[in-house]
Design a protein. Sequence first.
Lengths: 320, 507
Amino acid sequence: MAKPVNVSDASLLKLDRQAVRKRPFGIRKHILLYLMILPGFLYFVVFKYFPMGGLVIAFQDYQPYQGILGSPWVGFKHFVRLFTEPTFFMLLRNTLVLFALNIVVFFPLPIILALMLNEVRHRFFKNSIQTIVYIPHFMSWVIIVSISYVFLTVDGGVLNELLASMGLPKISFLTSPEWVRTVYIGQIIWKELGWSTIIYLAAITVVDTQLYEAADMDGASRLRKTWHVTLPAIRPVIITLLILQIGSTLDLGFEHMYLLLNSLNREVAEIFDTYIYTAGLKNGQLSYSTTVGLFKGVVGLVLVILSNRLAKKLGEDGVY
Amino acid sequence: MNDAKKARKATAALLCSSFLLLSACGGGGSQAASGQPYDENSKATISWLNILHTASPPTDTVLNKIEEKTNADIQFSWIPDASKEERINTALASDSLADVVTLTMLDNSSVRNSLKSGLFWEVDPYLDDYPNLAKISEDTRRSASIDGKLYGVPFQKDLARNGVTIRKDWLDKLGLETPKTTEELMEVARAFTEDDPDGNGKNDTTGFVDRSDLIYGAFKTLSSYFGTPNVWEVSEDGKMTPEFMTEPYIQTMDYMKNLYDNGYINQDFAVTAKTDQQQKFAQGRAGIYVGAIFDSKNLLNMAKGIQDDMELVLVNNITSTGNEADRAIWAANNGIGGLLAFPRSEVKDEAELKRVLKFVNDLMDEETYALMTYGIEGTHYKLDDQGAATILDSDLWQQEVQPFAASRPKESGYDIHDSDPLKQESDKLIAENADYAVLNPAYSLESETYNTQGSELQKMITDATYKYILGEIDRSGFDTAVENWKNSGGAAIISEYEAAYKEIQSQ
């Protein structure tokens, strides 16, 4: 048993422990700290947790003027409707396909771009590229979809005119079901690529330069260094971002998809978010659309838990 | 001790600030005029949740005059027309309404439900006490009623406002007559596409220019020319048939398909917005516009400086057979533009309701009508001795007056009129249309299935119609979509409407 060097230190420690035992959170002692988190705590309670109570209307035939207390309870009626309607499988398929494309096509791109930018030695060139690619992030989807419309429409669209001048047939990018996913992912890449790169670039800057020096001594090429030094160093960041990305699985961006959606590509472009909007807000079926939203939320939660477990199995920290 | 005091003070401050934040969010919604009873002639404060059809709300110039005339202090909350479903539904759901609420979508299920639930005052018993409101016809009152009850002052719009606008200068140039049949219209579309009507030697024009709207765009109006019923058709023995199960509907789709296949219509019409459509017409890229007849004036305005040779001819007498007797044109919402409704939560008692009704009545006065239509005499328009108004500065008018136009409870039957020949012509044709108007027999009928799933089901048909026109499905594919519609709830809508119709007939 090691004797404490300083008695008063030890007694302080003891007091502290007592305090902890008496009041599990030590509220009195750390009152100022608690006060500091109070506004944030209130924010979450009031704006995030309290509204969750509204989810009960998924089990009701909710009528606004009767309120939650007055509306009749209908059990799982809306869930039955959701799972038995043919739309459900269309929505699920579309949502999952777009999600998979998002992960497979879009997710690796910022990492690759970050690694490439990291190799650029010319400072001015690197900074300007970085700035130029992240500017689109600040544009709204309305602008981006309008720009694409000007480029892609069959009636005088720039791209189609180009195809026509080369003697190729025009392609109806905006109305054919085959193209909507490509357009969707393309727009996401254009808008978000540069912005997502920033986090990876930040992670790369903290990589220990000694590792590179050591690799140099061993005669590693640039590609080797990237593969064996940079990439493993930013692995935790990649995993964390991947889990977060999966968490928002079914949040494919209502605004974006709603703008792309039309009668001719609905079979592949209608996703949960757009369906909730049309069925719920425009059509006033509040209970039913709450059901759809609840289902979407549950699927997202399950996916986060699973991917977090997987990350931990792989020896990473996970997000919680 | 001192520390504890400080901490307590800090807590109080923090709590205060968070409450402040909360209350700031909660406020701003409804602040109904307090409980004091209204005197009919007192100055009233009236809040109005209204739909905005223009890009920006009006400035105060005209508003002040309207307030003077109606002896009221009007506080508008504007909802852009494009997001009205969402905004009105959320306003209804959260009960954040105003003294006067403009409800334009009476076929929307949540609007219907809230009307039926008694959220709004029933006004029928009061209307006859006010000179202008008393003049609202029995027909209009009945059409605007739900389950026989009138829950607001109906907007009195023209019955049928659609027709065809054609470039007269192009017709003349190519030596064509104004078309009277759908076949002739097709020929004009062909000539406008292939015979270089603008004479620039380039193949850069199309006949029609349309937008992604099967109702207010070309499709529905053309369908009337083929004799399609307006949404529903009811037979002698009370059988209901939706329009898309009738032969004329198929003929209209074939006609549109023909236009599309031959390139007589802009190839991207399925994704074109209204403003783009009008731009294309104004830029001289197409020569046939099907929509509201009064859009013609706007089209001509937009073409100023781009297509100065533009002359327009308005046509409302096209048929597929050439027989005058077959003329028909669909009536949007059976001529009901919606309701001005008064929520019980804001308009607390009868006295208050009477004051608000007086306000609506005053809005229908000739002078207020002139204010909301043309603006202030001398500033926005000048009047000649025949009572014809000429807009002085159309930019100023668009900014300060036009936004009010859609809020007029009544749009015709006034002495003052527009001096613009195109506007006069379109007014004349719209008035003429009323004689040929086709009504929707199911408009005021109730169907539970329609209320819950109606628009989802309608989407199936809309999608199939587009696909048929663009050649992605054929007739059997369309029939499959109709079968699907029936099986997913359409059959229930039909039988519910038939039952409701029978009940009304037997009364």
